[in-house]
Design a protein around this ligand. Structure first.
Ligand SMILES: [Zn+2]
Length: 264
């Protein structure tokens, strides 16, 4: 297996992996999306809500606010199903409070966390509008969860792979350059009057270039066992940590199978 990093920011990571199968790469993708835990608001104790929005709707909006947690702190929190408490306690949850008086808009940044290790990723998400003298007072309780249970616990906003494209020109090319114009993603360019590939990894294999070529001199395909993998998160977890955690989860599953086989 060969792996090469292409891009990395706080919320996005792109890498090229080769020498793997679709089932393997798809297992990693599904675990990244559905089984890597993150924090999200699960309970809301509403003390006062004068806003013209039902408590349930506001609670739902709060649930979707991405929360960033210090990785070590998140690791120390128990998953709710592993905790002995009835609903939530200090071992499996983090409390955030919100108090605001109108007029004005309540933003995600108005949530005050009990610990500096947890805070909303983006402080400027509008939650609800308060009229003159309207008051809002609530406690929001965040817990760890997984995307399989609810999309609010999904750390990735996009997690996908595509086959690594392959573009070839044949000798029949009469250098009409129609293919360059036809490509919607600027994959092709011109060099000494000939069409050449200038941005291969941007190719989506739409084959617009193939259709534009009267001579059928261009062929678009893909490389077997080679993929471009992209992970984008909502900012709550670093994409590299999502991938690492997904690999840990896959390894744990494999180890359970090994233990079962050795035991039998
Ligand atoms: Zn608990």
């Amino acid at each position: 297996m060969d792996i090469a990093l292409k891009e990395k920011t706080d919320t996005e990571m792109v890498f090229v992996v080769s020498g793997v199968t679709v089932p393997f790469i798809n297992a990693i993708r599904r675990i990244c999306m559905m089984e890597v835990p993150k924090l999200a608001i699960e309970y809301v104790n509403m003390y006062r809500n004068d806003a013209k929005m039902f408590d349930e709707v506001l609670a739902h909006r709060l649930g979707l606010v991405p929360l960033a947690a210090d990785p070590e702190f998140a690791e120390s929190l128990k998953m709710p199903e592993e905790c002995d408490c009835e609903e939530y306690c200090s071992e499996c949850s983090v409390s955030l409070t919100l108090r605001k008086k109108g007029p004005g808009v309540v933003y995600s940044g108005d949530l005050v966390s009990e610990t500096p290790a947890v805070k909303p990723v983006y402080p400027d998400i509008p939650l609800v509008k308060l009229g003159d003298d309207d008051e809002l007072e609530l406690e929001a309780v965040a817990q760890l969860g997984v995307g399989r249970e609810h999309a609010k616990w999904e750390p990735t906003t996009a997690c996908a792979y595509k086959y690594y494209p392959r573009i070839e020109f044949s000798e029949d090319c009469d250098e009409c350059l129609e293919c360059i114009e036809a490509c919607p993603r600027d994959v092709l360019g011109e060099e000494s009057g000939k069409p050449v590939v200038i941005d291969l990894e941007n190719c989506s294999m739409c084959k617009s270039c193939v259709r534009a070529c009267d001579k059928r001199a261009i062929d678009v395909g893909y490389e077997e066992g080679k993929f471009i993998f992209r992970i984008e998160t909502d900012g709550s977890v670093d994409p590299k940590d999502v991938l690492l955690k997904a690999c840990d989860i896959l390894r744990d599953k494999a180890e359970q199978v090994i233990t079962f086989c050795e035991g039998g």
